[in-house]
Write a protein that binds this ligand. Structure first.
Ligand SMILES: [Zn+2]
Length: 329
């Protein structure tokens, strides 16, 4: 495996594949890099382009870092390289952003080498932009390399996907992820952080920096208080507006599934919330199974509603009022 010290440890397998393209001079005309958000796909693509454009690439396919091409690349002023991405997070990539591309790709390289383009969040191309971009893929210009990056590749038109070579970046296994988090001086419960981050170390790091575990604990205490009729669900629904809705729904879902696990097995080995186990066991003893299943269905339904942008507070109120009712016998 070729290592590249500029990359996160879990990217070395993917890097080997890219390094082999360089070593064998088989540069993909178009490459689609996919994988979960937060794995460092952009960093991987940038490293590849830098090495592709470098004038004195090493035998391991690494950029030298000091030739004129590398210097321009480091200064973000390389004339043969450009990046296209949504102008603001969450926005689309418009046709006007794509229009200038054809000219860029047709110009000959300033360094008598390749011209390279990265499209970040490629699934954000509008329909018109995607159609216009497709022409660039259908009529490839020699010595150009187009890299598309996406964590939602199925949202890309099949006509674009089918024209690209593909590289899937996998999330690291949990030992690698934990080791990296420890190196970042993160000492919180790494299993719980990684569970929440769906195995993505950078997301886990962000959660640790934002103190998300404390917020999770405080929300779980609210959850218990509602269940003991000690606080109004409507009041808590308002309090929870401050927390990310996808996180809180994920938490509630795991609290309910863990309670169900405790129902069937007093002391389950694997649960999402090992630190809350005594309280979850207590809930399992107190609540009725049939009603718990019904509540779980409601939770999943509300999750769908929330993704369609309905009023967040109303949705939380409905969930928590039902949670309070469930606990009342
Ligand atoms: Zn160089």
């Amino acid at each position: 495996m070729t290592s590249n010290k500029d990359l996160y440890s879990w990217l070395h397998g993917s890097w080997s594949q890219l390094a082999a393209y360089l070593a064998q001079q088989r540069i993909p005309q178009s490459l689609l890099i996919t994988g979960k958000k937060g794995l460092g796909k952009q960093q991987l693509a940038q490293n590849f382009v830098k090495a592709l454009l470098c004038e004195q690439r090493s035998i391991e396919s690494l950029a030298c870092g000091h030739c004129s091409s590398c210097q321009l690349f480091n200064a973000n002023t390389h004339p043969d390289f450009t990046v296209i991405q949504p102008e603001e997070a969450g926005k689309s990539i418009t046709i006007s952003q794509i229009r200038g591309l054809t000219d860029f790709l047709l110009l000959s390289s300033q360094f008598n080498s390749y011209r390279a383009l990265i499209i970040n969040d490629a699934h954000r191309l509008t329909h018109a932009a995607a159609n216009s971009f497709l022409k660039s893929l259908e009529e490839p210009v020699e010595k150009t390399c187009i890299i598309l990056i996406s964590d939602m590749p199925t949202a890309l038109p099949a006509t674009i996907r089918s024209r690209c070579q593909k590289l899937f970046v996998e999330a690291p296994d949990s030992e690698v992820a934990k080791q990296w988090l420890q190196q970042q001086q993160i000492s919180e419960d790494l299993d719980i952080l990684l569970n929440m981050a769906h195995g993505v170390p950078l997301t886990a790091q962000q959660y640790a920096n934002e103190g998300i575990l404390a917020s999770r604990k405080s929300c779980f205490n609210d959850w218990l208080k509602i269940s003991r009729q000690q606080v109004s669900p409507v009041f808590i629904a308002e309090q929870w507006q401050k927390v990310s809705d996808s996180l809180i729904l994920f938490w509630m879902t795991t609290w309910v599934t863990d309670t169900l696990k405790c129902y069937f097995n007093q002391n389950p080995d694997k649960c999402y919330n090992p630190d809350f186990k005594p309280s979850l066991q207590e809930l399992a003893q107190r609540l009725e199974l049939k009603r718990l299943f019904k509540f779980y269905d409601l939770l999943l339904r509300q999750k769908k509603r929330l993704s369609s942008q309905l009023n967040k507070q109303l949705i939380f109120e409905e969930i928590l009022i039902n949670w309070a009712r469930l606990s009342r016998k």
